[in-house]
Design a protein around this ligand. Structure first.
Ligand SMILES: *Cc1c(COP(=O)(O)O)cnc(C)c1O
Length: 227
């Protein structure tokens, strides 16, 4: 049986230790509890333990689960951490409080339009494909500077930071360092990097936000159709 409250406490303790080792405090790190594809029976214990920040990677799944949870816990803060299709931009802006996966010009334009129309302005992070992997979303490092400028200056999007998912077989610290360097050039403060396997390393490299699923909620049942 998965003891979500205990797992959460363990992860928080490790975050606090990693933050202190980096000369920071646990208050400097946001733990995004990645609740995909778990149901409310696993999520509610995390709320009851006092946790409020969660991540989901699919818009439709989040629409099915989260409106009820947000009614029940109005101070919940939900992050989108998976790819966003343009035709779902409006629903994403309506439901999510942070969108971590801004990664292309057409999506940026659509988000700017939907934010104007709805008056909602969720924080945005730009996803960088630090490993330059064909199958992975994200802006290539060489294109990052121009894209960040375009999102902020031309479109006025509320860009607060960067996000990356390092290649599965690579040493993650190289990718964390690259993300930090790009963010530094632009004065962006939020660095979303690190998952269950490497969040302590990510904090050592300056992460301000870590996305942890398995270490809190247990192994995920496989999605139908993969991924
Ligand atoms: C699923 C997912 C996570 C969480 O991964 P764990 O290894 O279960 O901690 C983090 N980030 C993204 C983008 C994800 O899709």
């Amino acid at each position: 049986m998965t003891d979500v409250a205990q797992n959460l406490a363990d992860v928080m303790a490790k975050i606090a230790a990693a933050a202190r080792a980096d000369g920071r405090s646990e208050a400097d790190i946001t733990l995004v509890a990645v609740s995909k594809p778990h149901g409310v029976e696993r999520i509610v214990p995390a709320f009851e333990a006092g946790h409020r920040v969660f991540g989901e990677n699919r818009v439709q799944e989040a629409i099915d689960k989260w409106p009820d949870l947000k009614d029940r816990y109005p101070d919940a803060h939900l992050h989108l951490i998976g790819p966003l299709q343009r035709n779902k931009a409006r629903r994403a802006v309506e439901l999510f409080d942070t969108i971590e996966t801004l990664d292309r010009r057409k999506l940026a334009t659509q988000l700017a339009r939907v934010m104007d129309e709805t008056g909602r302005r969720p924080d945005c992070l730009i996803q960088i494909n630090t490993g330059e992997e064909d199958q992975k979303a994200g802006v290539l490092p060489a294109d990052a500077d121009a894209f960040i400028e375009a999102c902020r200056k031309d479109l006025g999007l509320p860009v607060v930071g960067l996000m990356c998912i390092p290649p599965i077989d690579d040493e993650p610290s190289l990718h964390f360092a690259l993300l930090r360097e790009i963010a530094r050039r632009h004065g962006l403060e939020c660095l979303s990097m690190g998952m269950s396997a490497d969040y302590e390393t990510a904090i050592r490299f300056g992460a301000t936000s870590v996305r942890v699923g398995t270490a809190i909620f247990g192994e995920r049942p496989p999605y139908r159709g993969g991924a």
